[in-house]
Design a protein around this ligand. Sequence first.
Ligand code: ATP
Length: 331
Amino acid sequence: MTLIPGDGVGPEVIGAAIKVIEAAGADIEWDRQSAGASALKRFGTPVPDALIDSLRRTHVALKGPLETRSGEGYRSINVYLRKTFDLYANLRPTLSFAGVHVPFRNVDLIVVRENTEDLYSGIEHTVAPGVVESIKVITARASRRIARFAFEYARRHRRKSLTAIHKANIMKLSDGLFIRCARAIARDYPEIKYREQIVDAACMRLVTEPGSFDVLLLENLYGDIVSDLCAGLVGGLGLVPGANYGDKGAIFEAVHGTAPDIAGKGVANPVAAILSGAMMLDYVGHPRAAASIRTATGAVLRSGRVLTRDIGGKASTEEMTAAIIRAMERG
Ligand code: ATP
């Protein structure tokens, strides 16, 4: 498996995830690769050839966040990797944990985000001085493929409903195509209740009545924004794992970014990275190890004794990781 510790808090939380995966008894051989700002410093490029070669060989990676500066410099490496390996489906399961104090209990949302197009197409140009255009690309192929992925997930996991989130009242062509594709795929899944909701209304409802949603299907940009909103509902970015799936491989990574404000301080919450590791274990055929990681993580959060600062505690990354490993050993 390729291991990309990444930038900012990446090495701290990925280090924690590796320890927990080892303690769960999964025998994983890691091929450690650098990317992002750390690779730029060492090798003069944010995406070294060795990284791409490793991903072509392993098809699976556990990855920390990578730094992409806003409004300047190289294009997002995350976007580059997702496009290069056609990792078209971004899955972000957002679950509330007893022990983490938030206004809602029992939040259980699955965010499915299209990962390859939309305003992330990277097509931007200056029309005239002071006038720029960013092109939003939506295709029927990518829209059908992500809708199929979301409905298949919903069916496999016995989820009850799926809401396609859009702004087709304004973007009649692009978002109109996206929801028409979702609607067509929905017909093959009569057991799953299919709904549509405009993105602004959906945001309001998510923060007042999150229990009324189940699986959410979104284009790339809405998916990015709404998944952070959903993370807020359960206690923040430190808790939400993620995966980018394609037909031939997958990259597992937390929803959060490099968190430069806390990087290097040993206080980052390792849970998002650890749970991303559990998703990876499921994918590579270690479901028992994955389940024991989830159970132990849930137990530590529930007991509320060893929590990092972002979720109301005082523990360090290392202390929380050790508590999860102890909980796993207790079984
Ligand atoms: P980037 O540009 O890499 O996305 P960012 O700071 O804009 O970085 P995040 O890294 O996602 O975005 O961080 C947003 C906020 O959430 C920050 O205040 C950060 O400290 C906090 N945060 C993110 N991840 C964690 C974590 N694992 N543990 C604790 N706090 C976190």
